[in-house]
Design a protein around this ligand. Structure first.
Ligand SMILES: NC(=O)C1=CN([C@@H]2O[C@H](COP(=O)(O)OP(=O)(O)OC[C@H]3O[C@@H](n4cnc5c(N)ncnc54)[C@H](O)[C@@H]3O)[C@@H](O)[C@H]2O)C=CC1
Ligand SMILES: O=C(O)C(=O)COP(=O)(O)O
Length: 607
């Protein structure tokens, strides 16, 4: 299975020396790329790639870095079988199918603040350019026309600027506009009044008429929302008609927030006075074609100052975003954490490091569960889809257990997933669990386990919801961490102490002399080397249960038959033999072991 971003087990990461590959099909500043080149193969194609070329190339890359021109569609993501990270060297991720990336377990990162000064300054540049006809004036002069009377502008000082979307860019625009002497009113259902106040803006509420109330009073309007289903066509014909005839509108957010057809009519029919546009519904604008879309007509309109998506195009902003995302790509491909993930929960690196041994332990417990109990039941995962994962001791104090939850889901499903299937990580664990019908109830028990600082118990819950899968056949795995090493301390009803690593054979048998010799002979015959062996006897609870059953059966008459035909007296002699082995263990080996005398069950576990 291909590893993916933020794996639940750092050990599974190939070292950077295995030269992972990163595709950069857009112009991204050299500063960040230099960081990556030291460790990875960076394929830099600043002229871009067509959609079919991107789909054809992407299968061999582990990382993809884009700006706004590359469309990272579901088809690209499906083809990118090795992809672990997609980095957007900028803010807006509307060109990336983030939901599909999440499904594939691919982390999406961006640079949330690297270009916001540039975007805000560009907004102010367009504000002044539309107010003073800078674009037309420059064009006319270059044509040899000195026509001052046709180029009389308006002042912005003392005018009202309306801002829709008072986020990072919106706040900066507000501050700059206040500096120009403007009065700023803003609309943002999620912004805080305090943030607005500090930026010198007045936040309008619904009682003041919401968007309509804002539009009626502004001389200039600027939008700084992301492009979302809820912001697509936010300002259309009805809205433009509410505005002052002298009003001018700006868009340095995304094409589509203003309905372009409606804006064209608003300018042609004089409902508003002008526009400053940096972004369009079609990018790059198809300026060469015969058919003129609304976007192209707007860019050519004499009342419009148009720029080709230059909001983030400053030397400084490009350095910032490049360093920002390349650092994250480097970190993610090394198994670390991003600082600005769009589709993953925030986990502090320190917290993550602390959880790492438990992440490894729980993933192995999940793998052991599926391979040991599922083969025992011969029912795949059908017998156990509801689990209780109990954190005891110090671990109970950890509130952000997302990596542990993800580790369990990964461990449970990996042995039964197709080899080429997608990986499970904290990006998609909840989704995968839901798809597989797994219900995992995490419990924090703040007692102090007698022997270990922290103890983890995985228990399957019977379908009725109370108790375990079957009396006397309790499906429990318990484990602990010592230093960086991980151990299983309980498997089934047996007290054990082994490292869940490599290829293991777990044999359920009667604890009688000669067993070990028989098993050794079978393995020897197949050329399989034993690396360690451990015999796990019944744990204290199980011994008591057996003793009680034996006592009650003697008192009540005939000895009760155990499910597998064993008698209570025999149950006391049951044990698990856990063998670590080298070499190819085939089904034939497992069958031969199963036929050895006194062996009740054999499971082959690969961890
Ligand atoms: N032209 C360019 O080169 C650049 C464009 N951008 C665009 O600017 C957008 C905003 O960037 P940031 O300020 O960094 O994002 P942000 O996430 O900090 O702010 C967006 C704000 O919009 C608000 N919002 C969302 N839906 C709204 C609605 N229906 N009505 C009112 N407010 C709403 C949110 O509450 C949030 O406060 C980006 O999503 C990107 O598309 C950003 C950088 C450069
Ligand atoms: O950061 C953003 O959202 C931008 O729109 C900047 O786009 P760009 O990286 O210049 O293609």
């Amino acid at each position: 299975m291909a590893p993916s971003a933020i794996t639940t087990d750092l050990d599974h990461y190939p070292s950077p020396s295995s030269r992972l590959r990163i595709l950069v099909p857009e112009k991204v500043s050299a500063e960040g790329l230099a960081l990556l080149r030291a460790h990875y193969d960076v394929d830099f194609r600043p002229l871009g790639l067509s959609a079919p070329d991107l789909v054809a190339l992407i299968p061999s890359y582990h990382g993809l870095i884009v700006r706004s021109e590359t469309k990272v569609t579901a088809a690209v993501l499906a083809a990118g079988r090795k992809l672990r990270v997609i980095a957007r060297a900028g803010v807006g991720v509307d060109n990336i199918d983030v939901a599909a990336a999440t499904t594939h377990g691919i982390i999406v990162v961006n640079s949330p603040a690297g270009n916001i000064v540039a975007a805000a300054e560009h907004t102010i540049a367009l504000l002044l350019a539309t107010a003073r006809n800078i674009g037309r004036a420059d064009g006319m002069l270059k044509q040899g026309r000195w026509e001052r009377n046709r180029l009389v502008g308006v002042e912005v000082g003392s005018k009202v600027l309306g801002i829709v979307g008072l986020g990072k860019v919106g706040v900066k625009v507000a501050r700059m506009a206040v500096g120009l002497g403007m009065r700023v009113v803003a609309l943002d259902p999620y912004a805080s009044g305090e943030v607005a106040r500090q930026a010198g803006a007045r936040l309008l509420d619904e009682k003041e008429g919401g968007l309509e109330g804002l539009l009626k009073q502004v001389d200039f309007l600027t939008v700084h929302t992301p492009l979302l289903a809820s912001t697509l066509g936010l300002v259309g014909e009805k809205e433009f008609r509410l505005m002052k005839k002298t009003a001018r509108v700006l868009n340095v957010a995304r094409g589509g927030v203003y309905d372009e057809e409606a804006l064209l009519r608003a300018l042609d029919e004089g409902w508003i006075a002008g526009a400053g546009l940096d972004v369009y519904t079609q990018e790059p604008l198809p300026l060469e074609g015969d058919t003129e879309s609304a976007a192209v007509r707007l860019a050519r309109h004499e009342k419009v100052v148009a720029t080709p998506h230059l909001g983030a195009s400053t030397v400084e902003a490009q350095e910032n975003v490049s360093l920002d995302v390349c650092t994250q790509v480097l970190e993610i491909l090394r198994g670390g954490l991003p600082t600005a993930a769009v589709n993953a929960p925030l986990i502090l690196p320190e917290e993550y490091r602390r959880l790492q041994p438990f992440v490894r332990l729980i993933e192995r417990m999940g793998g052991l569960y599926t391979q040991h109990f599922a083969t025992k039941n011969k029912s795949g995962m059908a017998g156990g889809r509801r689990f209780e994962l109990v954190y005891r001791g110090e671990l109970a104090g950890v509130s952000n257990t997302r990596p542990l939850f993800a580790a369990l889901v990964k461990g449970l499903v990996s042995p039964i997933s197709d080899g080429g299937g997608r990986d499970v990580n904290i990006v998609n664990a909840t989704l995968v669990a839901r798809e597989r019908g797994l219900a995992i109830d995490e419990k924090h028990v703040r007692d102090t386990p007698t022997t270990y600082a922290s103890l983890v118990t995985l228990r399957s819950i019977s379908e009725s919801g109370n108790g375990t899968a079957g009396e006397g056949d309790e499906q429990v795995i318990e484990g602990y961490v010592s230093g960086k090493a991980i151990f299983i301390s309980k498997l089934d009803r047996f007290a054990a102490n082994f490292r869940p690593e490599g290829t293991l054979l777990v044999l359920h048998n009667y604890d009688q002399p000669g067993k070990i010799g028989n098993v050794g002979m079978v393995l020897g015959r197949h050329g399989i080397n034993i690396t360690f062996m451990q015999v796990a006897g019944l744990n204290q609870e199980a011994k008591l249960a057996v003793a009680e059953r034996a006592a009650s059966s003697t008192a009540d008459g005939p000895v009760e038959e155990h499910a597998e035909g064993r008698e209570a007296g025999d149950a006391a002699k049951e044990a698990l033999m856990i063998l670590g082995v080298d070499g190819e263990v085939t089904q034939e080996v497992v069958n031969d072991l199963g036929e050895a005398e006194g062996i009740l069950h054999v499971s082959l576990v690969r961890l």
